[in-house]
Structure formats: structure tokens, C-alpha cells
Ligand binder design. Structure first.
Ligand SMILES: Nc1nc2c(c(=O)[nH]1)N[C@H]1C(S)=C(S)[C@@H](COP(=O)(O)OP(=O)(O)OC[C@H]3O[C@@H](n4cnc5c(=O)[nH]c(N)nc54)[C@H](O)[C@@H]3O)O[C@H]1N2
Ligand SMILES: Nc1nc2c(c(=O)[nH]1)N[C@H]1C(S)=C(S)[C@@H](COP(=O)(O)OP(=O)(O)OC[C@H]3O[C@@H](n4cnc5c(=O)[nH]c(N)nc54)[C@H](O)[C@@H]3O)O[C@H]1N2
Ligand code: SF4
Ligand SMILES: [Mo]
Length: 722
């Protein structure tokens, strides 16, 4: 029975797939099947994947726009005709404005199977302007982790004694394997600390719950550090030998007595102290990566403080702590295939946004090149495809205003950019102004509805996969192709190879197929991909803990930089800090957070699946009874949330689980079944959270320009007519 890795979300469950005689995919199941494990690593989206991929709305042939942009009129064309015209139009943009006028936004769904070919094509063409939704997810965390200790460590759930979840709330149908890992750890007796404004699923099961004010995580982390430093609960030996800037850090932390932290976070001092003692007192503890602190005005500081805690409490590279795995020694890594070294320096210097928010750009990562080569053997390690990125706002501004230079050709690969960045209004203007906009998609998303071409993408059941956990671990997993792609659906490699051949870059894409490319990557293993996949569902080697004792850390100083030389050289505060929110004024008395993942949907996807829509038909704001009554809201009726940028609509759900003063806004809603095109964009203009979040100025993080999805000021008001 074939085994495949599910890409219906981004956590990569390994599933067994049953193929009935008809040749169609019949069923997907957890592995192993029998006996059924107590905690099965599969969720309803994995189970429904075959239904999703055989849905009548799936795009099966290349579509070329035949009317005005966004008019919803399409003509079916062959791949050859589409690629001929795309190559010609892209070349015209490059000839007129330079290769930097070409930008690509891509998400992990497609990148995880293209072996670095997207960046390879861009680097060879000469464009540094790659962006991704991971800029508000793992991309930004990984870049900050590298600045502190040169790698992005992975939690050892199997052996840990304490888990500190900073808002992160894995559920049975949200990142199932992580949910299961946390449950297994608790069953072994590990302690669980949850920081979350509402009593989330994990908060209900926690040893300690800290009901924090949205957006104030960095302040809480200062409070936790204050207790740990005052009570000397840290690993003094590690601090002495392996860190820089400890004294300066202590002084900064002293600016955060618990009374101040309490005022900033709404948490009782004693609760903060308890959490600090529980974390630091554990034999080994983990702070799993969390997107919650990726989406705040103080993100960079919050992430640096996680790193600081891990390091000074002695949790790096110990059993039950967080492991720095490095790269697999015998499998060619994706970042090597991306050919970042081929992008000329003058083009790298043109990367948009690097002047203002440099952390994950080439400029920010430059000081780590040499140390990364020294410790990990490769200069250009790219975690989660989110390092060496341009800044999204700067790219959309260049597309919209031509400032500082024009961007006129844009590809969205497995990504719904209108809805997956802040400031949908800006992204919308930007997309409308392109000479060439290509969407590589499975469905006609609101973004794809504005494209010149929609190219039909294959799915994870229809292609082979060689996956390294987003470059995060040295563990490789294999995915076997289960069925042929329907219609004319193809993978990302075919797209780039086809364009490269038409644009004089064909020699750099010599492999006839994705599988042949995998064969190339596996040469040092002495196996073809087919043999490797038959032999190894999972493979890793070369991982040794505390490698740093021999090599130092992959930072400029070779140590854990509690005080960052990289950030100091970039002109930022070398220490973490906390910026309080500006006064929003009387119009915006509440704070919102965007999120709480819904079981049925992955991000903006899956809204076409009838079963899921029956189970969860409409987007919902969650509000406390107190706020509902103050705003005259009625449970089950429509309302709108308004911020200084825009407004979004959803049904009201009044719930005791929400603290007073806070509104939950759901992410990613649109209605594939309603009218397409540049009018309502299938409901996206009513329902998409992307239109309420500002993407610049006071509302974003300084070092990375991360938008404030948590803690943004807003008001909520009833809507008379839905
Ligand atoms: N406003 C706002 N923006 C956000 C967030 C938010 O909460 N609010 N969350 C952020 C986070 S945490 C993340 S991870 C990112 C996610 O950003 P994205 O990964 O861009 O998110 P999705 O909405 O899942 O869009 C994926 C698209 O790819 C298509 N697709 C799926 N699989 C394949 C495939 O195999 N091939 C092809 N060709 N297409 C495929 C789907 O149809 C879907 O339209 O968004 C971030 N952006
Ligand atoms: N079913 C399903 N599963 C998914 C996804 C999906 O779209 N659907 N998306 C996947 C992706 S890409 C990601 S990144 C993850 C995200 O998954 P999670 O990290 O679990 O994120 P959310 O579910 O959005 O929110 C988690 C918790 O954060 C709390 N919270 C809100 N604001 C704050 C704050 O300011 N501070 C703190 N400490 N807590 C806060 C919320 O109350 C909520 O309980 O989910 C993954 N899993
Ligand atoms: S959690 Fe669900 S959607 Fe995500 S990889 Fe696993 S089965 Fe697929
Ligand atoms: Mo994410």
C-alpha cells in the first residue's frame, strides 16, 4: 500500500493510502493501520483529501484570461501555449524593467516538493524578490533563531519534562501530530504551561494557564526571565561559557519588575513567578515554535526571548530540550539547489524592504553566511523557505506604486496572496497593476480570479515527495505518488523547467522529471528515489547533540548571542525590548486577535468541500457576554469588526471563553460558490480578515515588519442587514 505525506496542511503526516481497483484514490489512513493507534496522526482534512482533489471546482486545464482582468472569463489553453506566452511576457518585463521587476509569492504546499527550483529560477534570472506567507509564520521565527544561536532547534517532545505553549493550541484537527506529541508527553508526566487569552483546548489541560492580554507575550517573557535571573534558576555554567551579553541582558530584564509586567499583560505576579519556576525547574523543557509570537508588534523581541530562555536554562541540545539537527550529510539539501550564490551582489542589494525590515532578507542573513558554513557545512541554509525573503509590504508597494522601482510580473504559487498577507487593499491594487500575473493553483481562489493565467497544480497524492521538514530537521520522509494527476495538472518543477527552457536557462534544469531530480539529490546515498522510498519512510543520520562544543554556534561570535551583534550592526537595539501600543483613541476600545484555527479548513483553503461547509458554514467572531451587551450584539446575528484600516464581517458568537475586551476574528473566509471576479471576489471583500490589518508604520514589528494580528485595536458593531 503506498504511503504519502499529506500536504493538506503543513505538518506532514505520513499516511497510508488505499487505492481501490478503479485506480482512484479511495481512502487515506493513519500509519500504522492495525491496531489503530490511540493517537492517530491524521485529521479530517487528510481523510477528505481525495474528495477535495476530485471536486468539480478543481482547475484541470491551463486557463488564459479572455476578458478584462477579473471579469471571470477564461479560455482553456494547452500548457505549451500558456508557457510560450508567459515566457514571452515575462521576458518583456525583464527586458524593460530588469529581472527584479519579477516577484514570486509561494507557500510551503508547493515549495516542499520543488526541491528549491522556485528560488533557483529566480536566482538565475536575477530577481531577489521572493516572498511567502511564512513571513508571518515560521519564516520569521527561524531567521531570528539563527541570529541568536545559528540554527532553529526542534523540541524533543519524547523526552521533555515541561512544555511552555505561548498561545500555540494544537488540536485533534489542527496540527494533529503536535497535539498527539503533547498529549503523550503529559501522559508521561510532563508539565504543561499555556499562555493564552482564552481558555483554549490546551489551557483546559494545562498545569498552569496564564490568561494574557493579546499581543503582550514579549512583556510576559521578560517577567519570566526576571524571576529566573533573580532566583538564579539558570544554567550558570552554560551562560558563562557559551553566551555573550549576559550582563547587558540582566540590566534590560531589571526594567521589568513583575508589577510592571503584570500591568502590561494583565497577569498576576504570582502566576508569572510560578510559570518561571516550573519552566526553569524542569530537568529539560521546551518552548515549541509558535506562530502567535510571529504575528505581533514585538515579534522579534518575543522570539529572541524564547531563544534566551531556551539557552540560559540549559535546554539547547539536551535530551528533552531542543535539538539542533543540522543537515543530512548525504542528501543534497534544497538550499544548495536554490543557488543563492548565483544571484549577483548588485541584484541581492535590490531586495525590496531590506533597508527597513532586514531580518529575514539577504541583508539580515549575510553575517550568518560564514558562521553557517563553518558549523553546518553550507553557506545558504534556508529554513522553511522563509530566509533570504524580500519584505512583502515593500513588494506590494513596488507593484502598486512603482516605488522604489517597478515590479510588473508576479507569480502566486499555491498561495492566495490577497488573503494571506496584511492589507488586502494594497495587495489588490498591486495585483491589478501587473503586466503579467500567473496563479499556480488547484482552485480559482479570489487571488487567482485576478490572474492572466491559472496553471493547474497537482496534489500531494499525485506527485512523489522527498521532504526534510522544511529544512528544520535532518530527518527525511518520503511520499509515493499514488495516482496520476487528473486532467492536465502538473507540479512546480514542470512549470519552472518549462519556463527555463523557453528563457535560455534550460541547462540548469536538466532533470527530465521531479523524480529524476530526487535521484540526483540522493546520489550520495547510492539509491534512486524509488528505492529510497521503498526502503525508508523516514531516514536520518549525522545528528549529534552538543555539536557546538566542537564547532561553536553558527553566529559571528560563535556563542549564543543574548545581545545580538547582527541586530546591532543592522541598526537595531541589540537587546530584546517591549514597545507599548500607541493609544488607539475612543473609536477602538477593544483588542482583536486573528486566528484559532478551524478543524475543517486549512488557512484560506478547503471552503469548497461541502461536508466541511455543512459542519462549519459561516465565519464567527467570538465575544464575551460583557462586550456583546455593551455593543448591542446578538448571538447568531451578523456584525462587523472595524479597525483603522478596514472592516470585516462575521456572525457573532457570545462565549464565556472570551475575556472581556477581546474579540476573536477568524482567518481565511470566502465563498467559492458565489460570483467570481473583481466585484465581491467570491465574498472575500466581505469576509477576509486581511483587510483589517495594517502592514506598515506603527502597527508592525520594527526588525521584521511583522503585522499585528494579535492585539490590534478595533471595535465591533451589529449589522442590520447581512
Ligand atoms: N491575513 C492573514 N494572513 C495570514 C495568516 C492570517 O492568519 N491572516 N496566517 C499566516 C500563516 S500562519 C500562514 S502559514 C500563511 C499560509 O499562507 P498560504 O500557504 O499561502 O495559505 P493558504 O491560504 O493555505 O493558500 C494555499 C493555496 O494553495 C493552494 N494549494 C494547496 N495545495 C496545493 C498544491 O499542492 N499545489 C498547488 N499548485 N496549489 C495548492 C490552495 O488551493 C490554496 O489556495 O498565511 C499567513 N497569512
Ligand atoms: N485545522 C487547521 N489546523 C491548522 C491550520 C489551519 O488553518 N486549520 N493552520 C496551521 C498553521 S499554518 C499554523 S501557523 C498553526 C497555528 O495554530 P495555533 O498556533 O494553534 O494558532 P491559532 O489556532 O490561531 O491560535 C492559538 C491560540 O492563540 C491564542 N491567542 C490569540 N492571541 C494571542 C496572544 O496575543 N498571545 C497568546 N499567548 N495567545 C494568543 C488564541 O486564543 C488561540 O487559542 O495551525 C496549523 N494548524
Ligand atoms: S494534520 Fe491533517 S491536514 Fe495536516 S498533514 Fe495531518 S492529516 Fe494532513
Ligand atoms: Mo502558519
Amino acid at each position: 500500500m503506498p504511503q504519502a505525506i499529506c500536504a493538506s496542511c503543513d505538518i506532514q503526516c505520513q499516511l497510508k493510502v488505499e487505492v481501490p481497483d478503479s485506480g482512484l484514490v479511495g481512502d487515506v489512513r493513519p500509519k500504522p493501520q492495525n491496531p489503530r493507534p490511540l493517537h492517530a496522526d491524521i485529521c479530517m482534512k487528510g481523510v477528505q483529501a481525495p474528495a477535495s482533489f476530485s471536486h468539480e471546482r478543481r482547475v484541470l486545464k491551463p486557463l488564459r484570461r479572455s476578458g478584462e482582468r477579473g471579469a471571470g472569463q477564461w479560455q482553456e489553453v494547452s500548457w505549451d501555449a500558456a508557457l510560450d506566452e508567459i515566457a514571452e511576457r515575462l521576458q518583456a518585463v525583464v527586458d524593460r524593467h530588469g529581472p527584479e521587476a519579477f516577484a514570486v509569492s509561494a507557500s510551503p504546499a508547493v515549495l516542499q516538493n520543488d526541491s528549491g527550483m522556485t528560488r533557483r529560477f529566480m536566482n538565475l534570472l536575477g530577481s531577489p524578490n521572493f516572498i511567502s506567507g511564512v513571513s508571518v509564520c515560521m519564516g520569521n521565527t527561524s531567521a531570528v533563531n539563527r541570529m541568536v544561536y545559528g540554527w532553529f532547534p526542534f523540541p524533543d517532545y519524547g523526552n521533555t519534562d515541561c512544555i511552555l505553549l505561548m498561545g500555540h493550541d494544537p488540536k485533534p484537527h489542527s496540527w494533529t501530530p503536535i497535539y498527539n506529541s503533547i498529549r503523550r508527553a503529559q501522559e508521561r508526566g510532563a508539565k504543561l504551561i499555556v499562555v493564552d487569552p482564552r481558555k483554549s483546548d490546551n489551557a483546559k489541560r494545562a498545569d498552569l494557564w496564564l490568561p494574557i492580554e493579546p499581543g503582550s507575550d514579549a512583556a510576559l517573557l521578560f517577567g519570566i526571565l526576571k524571576v529566573i535571573l533573580d532566583e538564579k534558576l539558570y544554567d550558570a555554567d552554560f551562560v558563562e561559557h557559551w553566551t555573550t551579553g549576559f550582563e547587558a541582558l540582566c540590566q534590560r530584564v531589571d526594567e521589568f519588575p513583575l508589577e510592571r509586567v503584570s500591568a502590561l499583560t494583565g497577569l498576576e505576579p504570582e502566576l508569572i513567578a510560578k510559570a518561571a519556576r516550573m519552566y526553569a525547574g524542569a530537568r529539560a523543557a521546551v518552548i515549541p515554535w509558535t506562530p502567535i509570537t510571529d504575528q505581533q508588534r514585538n515579534s522579534t523581541s518575543a522570539i529572541r526571548l524564547h531563544c534566551t530562555l531556551r539557552a540560559i536554562c540549559g535546554n539547547l541540545d539536551v535530551p528533552g530540550g531542543e535539538s539542533m539537527m543540522g543537515l543530512h550529510p548525504r542528501i543534497l539539501p534544497e538550499s544548495e539547489l536554490e543557488l543563492h550564490g548565483s544571484l549577483p551582489d548588485d541584484k541581492r542589494a535590490l531586495q525590496l524592504g531590506a533597508d527597513q525590515h532586514p531580518v529575514f532578507t539577504y541583508r539580515g542573513m549575510e553575517p550568518l553566511r560564514e558562521p553557517t558554513r563553518r558549523v553546518w557545512g553550507h553557506e545558504w541554509v534556508n529554513f522553511s523557505h522563509g530566509n533570504y525573503m524580500a519584505h512583502p509590504t515593500a513588494v506590494f508597494r513596488a507593484m502598486d506604486e512603482g516605488d522604489p522601482y517597478p515590479v510588473r510580473a508576479f507569480f502566486a504559487l499555491a498561495n492566495n496572496p490577497l488573503m494571506s498577507y496584511p492589507n488586502m487593499q494594497r495587495v489588490h491594487r498591486a495585483l491589478l497593476k501587473q503586466d503579467l500575473f500567473v496563479a499556480f493553483e488547484q482552485f480559482r481562489t479570489p487571488s487567482a480570479q485576478l490572474a492572466d493565467f491559472i496553471l493547474p497544480g497537482d496534489s500531494w497524492l499525485e506527485r512523489p515527495g522527498l521532504l526534510d521538514g522544511y529544512g528544520w530537521t535532518s530527518i527525511y520522509r518520503t511520499s509515493q505518488q499514488v495516482v496520476q494527476p487528473p486532467g492536465e495538472c502538473r507540479g512546480g518543477y514542470a512549470l519552472w523547467k518549462g519556463l527555463a527552457e523557453r528563457m535560455g536557462l534550460g541547462e540548469h534544469f536538466p532533470w527530465p522529471s521531479l523524480e529524476a531530480l530526487y535521484d540526483h539529490r540522493l546520489e550520495a546515498m547510492g539509491m534512486t528515489f524509488a528505492e529510497f522510498a521503498e526502503t525508508h519512510r523516514v531516514h536520518f543520520e549525522g545528528f549529534e547533540q552538543k555539536k557546538y562544543e566542537a564547532t561553536g554556534f553558527a553566529t559571528p561570535s560563535g556563542k549564543v548571542e543574548l545581545e545580538s551583534s547582527v541586530l546591532a550592526d543592522l541598526g537595531f537595539d541589540s537587546l530584546p525590548y517591549f514597545r507599548e501600543d500607541p493609544d488607539p483613541g475612543p473609536d477602538f476600545p477593544l483588542k482583536l486577535f486573528i486566528g484559532v484555527r478551524e478543524d475543517e479548513y486549512f488557512q484560506t483553503g478547503h471552503r469548497h468541500i461541502d461536508r466541511f461547509r455543512k459542519r462549519n458554514p459561516e465565519p464567527k467572531f467570538w465575544v464575551s457576554p460583557k462586550d456583546a451587551s455593551a455593543a448591542a450584539l446578538v448571538d447568531g446575528e451578523w456584525a462587523q469588526v472595524v479597525t483603522r484600516l478596514g472592516k470585516v464581517k462575521a456572525l457573532v458568537e457570545v462565549t464565556d471563553e472570551m475575556p472581556a475586551g477581546v474579540v476573536r476574528v477568524p482567518h481565511g473566509w470566502w465563498r467559492p460558490e458565489v460570483e467570481e471576479g473583481d466585484g465581491t471576489l467570491s465574498g472575500a471583500w466581505e469576509l477576509s480578515d486581511a483587510q483589517i490589518c495594517p502592514d506598515d508604520g506603527e502597527d508592525v514589528d520594527l526588525e521584521q515588519g511583522v503585522p499585528q494580528f494579535k492585539g490590534l485595536a478595533c471595535r465591533i458593531e451589529p449589522l442590520a442587514v447581512p
